[in-house]
Design a protein around this ligand. Structure first.
Ligand SMILES: [Zn+2]
Ligand SMILES: [Zn+2]
Length: 881
């Protein structure tokens, strides 16, 4: 490899080269025998159907920063990758493929369909993993897992059977959220509730034998077909005479009782509610209390069934309209009121969810939640930022049993069998050969599969070989940290804690870091429909991975949703190029030689300053990363490299390099500062730092296994920092003067620095060479007292008065005539205004406001004229009267 860097940095050429190099050399692979302290973290496994979006890019960049930093800090790091089989999502993909061939999954049968899904998985699934490699994520690919592979499936079965044996898994009739499109139960978390416009229909249920009966209000009139009672409050005077009597159910004419239940809210609506146990959770619970039957009037696709009488075979929403029409014709529709209703939608397909009575499998979560709550309460697990713990507690303290069965084919099939002979239910780790009760050999396996989150809940230990006591499990469990988005604290984080504590005898991780949600530059949520979403692969193609990674890290402030804008990204792309150019400068000046030795205390002040600053920055970046303050770490290193190294030290080094006796030590310091900066930057910008590092004199095969910089106290000199800051203020002042007078960059100016105290003068004299080169000064004079001279700019800074002859700054004659023209213009306007104000008619007729404004204008113009005249006097104008 040549020592020289290309003129411009080309990420497309550089990145794939290093990705391959790192992986092929095994730098991503954890090594349990290394003797180093382990550091373990698992990836939130992306869906096998997924492709990289900005959310992945964000959270995984932060994870890779931590992982690379820990690895460089001497840990044996395991960052374990994996894929989630994603039940509904994957099954839907293959179902759509089949639909194009005019087939349904039932045409193939379960086994052939699953073979087809596996085939899809092998050829098209997991495309996202290639994209993760593209971003340089240092995942241990030798330990890649899939939630449906043999190792993880065995863990799933072990946990399921154990929970069943411990009485924590049960099967029961329950009202579940049901998606009639996906034909499956959904957990509460898979339902998105939105408020929508609807109606509240008031319907009369007449008394048997002819009384007016009771009016009830409902937002779902079609469910009245499944009513088995009307409930009123026991103390409600309006209905007391009807309790125990019967009403005629409209449409069907069935007789249903009026029951009393203290849970009825007398104030709401008519104070009477219809009870539909098979189609509403509250009604279901009331029916259990009151011993009422449940009548299911709908099938699994939301079509009314035989119990719906004349409406059997109709879709639920069409039936609703027809029933309202019929009620209206029969005079039973008392009133229709517009009403906003919170409606649940299937998270996956957005179909309106139907509460449905069905036989499902549940995990009893209370006994699992208690130790999981305690672990966060007593600090065994810490949330970062801490505020997320509150969210966790709120949910965990109100946890409901977890419906874990899904009516899908793709997933972990529930290990339960029913004996056809005696109906015995068998739950077992291995498929039983015969029924232990009757000896029957005809056993039918449960057709449902488990909720995908059931297997991902085991991810921190199932991936390490549990239930076997493997070496990996002993070494890498508990994980050190879990880093993920807030949207899956309940879906995933909470369940990992519950399962880990129950089955792996410890918390699954010690720290939970929760990152924000990437928004667009205006702070809006990104979405495809709004068209403001960005494709990370597109950003990478245009700007390089390092720019994107650094931007995402710099935006990761606690309790903040990062706003990702192109401008910010371009700013950091410029930073990558700045680093590149600075490195090129150094390499061109290095001419192949090794770094010289130097004694710190005898270095020039600027070199002691930059080395001291390098120690401070190393200390701050390290502690920022320790506190997950990616934003601060990025900020520190950015300003150090750009403002201090590039803007100051490299400029200063140019003068040092010009002196043969100083040049070798200057090169050594430059090399050291650049080397430190590269290592500090590496976790955020892995590619460009490796490309440069490989060309510098270095030890070891790669920067990613080089040591992360530790502050070195022997290279710290606070006095040098103070001295340099003083010098910087003087030079900055001179640069400001140059800018104010628009002095051409190549023009050199003459400066006199006056200070009464001898030490100050010694300071100026000692740094004369630097001041001259940094502020482009021709002649620098240091005096105790400045003699007054005309046509001079005077500026105080520090203990000095700076004096610069104007003749050196600009063309005096041209400036004088410009000022003179301006003075005459002011004079004309003033004359006009004074004439108007001197006219009594104007002052009388004009509005007081106008008069006041005119007077103010006169005052303003007068001041301006005086200022111009003063400058003209200073310039030695002959034209000032
Ligand atoms: Zn759905
Ligand atoms: Zn049996």
């Amino acid at each position: 490899m040549s020592d020289e860097l290309a003129k411009a940095y080309d990420p497309r050429e550089v990145e794939p080269r290093w990705s391959r190099f790192w992986e092929e050399n095994g730098f991503f692979t954890a090594d349990p025998r290394s003797g180093k302290r382990p550091f373990a973290i698992v990836i939130p496994p992306p869906n096998v159907t997924g492709s990289l979006h900005i959310g992945h890019a964000f959270t995984l960049t932060l994870q890779d920063v931590i992982v690379r930093w820990k690895r460089m800090s001497g840990h044996d790091v395991l960052w374990l990758p994996g894929l989630d089989h994603a039940g509904i999502a994957t099954q839907t993909v293959v179902e759509k493929q089949l639909a194009k061939e005019g087939k349904r999954k039932e045409d193939l049968g379960r086994e052939a369909f699953l073979a087809r899904v596996w085939e899809w998985k092998e050829t098209s699934g997991g495309a996202i993993l290639k994209q993760l490699r593209l971003m340089g994520f240092s995942l241990d690919w030798t330990r890649e897992r899939f939630t449906l592979d043999a190792m993880l499936s065995r863990a799933v079965r072990e946990v399921f059977v154990s929970l069943f044996e411990q009485g924590l898994i049960y099967r029961g009739s329950y009202i579940v959220n049901w998606c009639p499109r996906c034909v499956t139960a959904l957990s509460d978390l898979e339902v998105e509730t939105e408020e929508e416009g609807g109606s509240l229909w008031h319907i009369r249920y007449p008394e048997v034998g002819g009384g007016p009966g009771i009016v009830v209000a409902t937002t779902r009139p079609e469910t009245l077909l499944g009513d088995t009672a009307v409930a009123v409050h026991p103390d409600d005077e309006r209905y007391r005479h009807l309790v125990g009597k019967s009403l005629v159910l409209p449409v069907l004419g069935r007789e249903i009782p009026v029951v009393a239940d203290p849970f009825v809210d007398r104030e709401f609506g008519t104070g009477a509610v219809k009870i539909t146990p098979a189609h509403d959770l509250h009604d279901f619970l009331a029916a259990q209390r009151l011993g009422l039957p449940a009548i299911n009037v709908m099938d699994e696709r939301g079509v009314l069934n035989q119990s719906a009488g004349p409406y059997a075979g109709r879709d639920r929403f069409l039936a609703r309209d027809a029933i309202v029409t019929q009620l209206s014709h029969e005079g039973l529709l008392v009133n229709t009121v517009p009403h906003r209703v919170p409606l649940g939608h299937c998270q996956r397909c957005h179909t309106v969810v139907e509460p449905r009575l069905s036989l499902q499998w549940f995990v009893k979560t209370k006994p699992l939640a208690e130790p999981a709550i305690a672990a966060v309460e007593d600090g065994r697990i810490a949330f970062v930022p801490e505020s997320w713990a509150k969210t966790y507690f709120e949910w965990m303290n109100n946890i409901r049993d977890w419906c874990i069965s899904r009516q899908l084919w793709w997933g972990h099939r529930i290990p339960a069998w029913t004996c056809r002979g005696c109906s015995e239910l068998l739950v077992a780790r291995e498929e039983p050969a015969a029924c232990p009760r009757c000896g029957g050999r005809e056993l039918a396996q449960e057709s449902d599969v488990l909720d995908t989150w059931f297997s991902s809940a085991l991810f921190p230990f199932s991936t390490l070989g549990w239930p076997d006591r493997t070496a990996d499990l002993a070494r890498y469990y508990p994980n050190d940290v879990m880093m993920t988005g807030f949207d899956i604290i309940f879906f995933w984080v909470a369940r990992m804690i519950m399962m880990g504590m129950r089955f792996a005898d410890d918390v699954p991780f010690r720290t939970v870091f929760i990152n924000g949600l990437v928004r667009d530059e205006k702070g809006e949520k990104m979405s495809k429909t709004r068209g403001n979403d960005v494709d990370p692969l597109d950003l990478i193609a245009r700007h390089g991975t390092d720019s994107l990674r650094f931007t995402l890290a710099a935006l990761a402030a606690p309790n903040t949703d990062p706003s990702l804008g192109e401008a910010r990204l371009l700013g950091y792309k410029a930073f990558v190029n700045k680093l590149w150019n600075a490195s090129r400068f150094l390499l061109l000046n290095l001419s192949g030689e090794r770094a010289a030795r130097y004694e710190f205390s005898s270095l020039p002040v600027a070199s002691r300053w930059i080395l001291t600053r390098a120690q401070e920055v190393a200390e701050r970046v390290d502690s920022a990363l320790g506190g997950f303050r990616f934003d601060l770490a990025a900020h520190e290193i950015y300003h150090f490299l750009w403002d201090e190294v590039c803007d100051w030290y490299i400029e200063i080094a140019k003068t040092l390099l010009a002196r043969p006796e100083e040049a070798p030590r200057a090169r050594a310091v430059l090399l050291e500062v650049l080397g430190t900066s590269l290592r500090l930057l590496h976790p955020m910008m892995p590619f460009v730092t490796e490309e440069i590092w490989q060309r510098l004199p270095h030890e070891g095969p790669s920067i990613m296994v080089a040591a992360f910089p530790r502050p070195d106290a022997s290279k710290t000199d606070p006095a040098a920092v103070a001295e340099m800051q003083r010098l910087q203020r003087i030079v900055t002042e001179l640069r400001t003067i140059r800018a104010t007078y628009e002095v051409e960059p190549k023009r050199r100016i003459d400066v006199t620095m006056a200070a009464p105290a001898a030490p100050d003068r010694a300071f100026a004299t000692g740094h004369a060479e630097l001041i001259r080169s940094l502020a482009r000064v021709e002649r620098l004079e240091v005096v105790s007292e400045a003699t007054d001279a005309p046509r001079t700019v005077k500026h105080p800074v520090e203990a000095f008065e700076l004096r610069i002859p104007m003749a050196g700054l600009f063309d005096i004659a041209a400036e004088k005539s410009r000022l003179d023209r301006e003075r005459r213009k002011l004079e004309d306007e003033l004359t006009g205004l004074r004439a108007r104000l001197g006219n009594p008619q104007f002052v009388e007729r004009a509005k007081t406001e106008v008069v006041r404004e005119s007077r103010e204008r006169v005052a303003e113009l007068t001041t301006r004229r005086e200022r111009i005249e003063a400058t003209l006097r200073e310039l030695g104008s002959d034209s000032v009267a």
